[in-house]
Design a protein around this ligand. Sequence first.
Ligand SMILES: [Zn+2]
Length: 244
Amino acid sequence: MSGRIFKAEGLVLRTRVLGEADRLVTLLTWQNGKFEAVARGARKTKSRLAAGVDLFTYGRFTFHRGKTWPVITGQEPIERFSQFRDDPDLYSYGIYLAELTDRMVGGEEPCAEIAQLLLDGWSMLGKNTERFLLCRAFELKLAHVAGYSPHLHSCTGCGSEKAVSFSPRQGGLVCSSCLGTDHIKMDPGTAAIARRLIEAPLAQANQVRLTAAQKKELGRVTAAFLTYHLDLGDIKSRRLLNDY
Ligand SMILES: [Zn+2]
């Protein structure tokens, strides 16, 4: 970020109240990674900035470098995902994708691939895509892009292709000889589905067919993997989703 004025295309991940009338907005941008910026006067009813800095907004922003935080001086919303604010269930899913991304991205290094993934995720949610598979695909792809892809081709311990379980601690499949205390059943069909969700574009997640048992395994494996291997701890918004 050189110069006093800079522009970036980004997504509003989070906003919080700042002082009497301002908002502090957490943005995930294609060019400058994740950072906080002040939207001055955004809590006043007549503010021109207010609508452009709502949670979930995708837009182009202009900033002036401030003493503590950059100050948003201009905004041009491209998509506001306003349907998320009208539907509490959709809102929970939108927040979940935002919170997961927020926790995964550290600082101001460029992260165009992750920003695009979140934009795609919100867009798919807005199109009423099947939410269970969309969320699992999002989690797995996010981990993959961040460099923490689970090992899903063979046993992480010995390389055997007869892997029957998943170990969050070992970060992948394990065979019956290499089982630890933390293993979760994952049959080869479920592992193949997880690989497909990582490799295929997010828009194809709803084309995957899975049985009730595979759905349960996939949900348990991804939750345990994210919590343990990525050290994300408890993700509050996950509890609001109705498929856990
Ligand atoms: Zn093994």
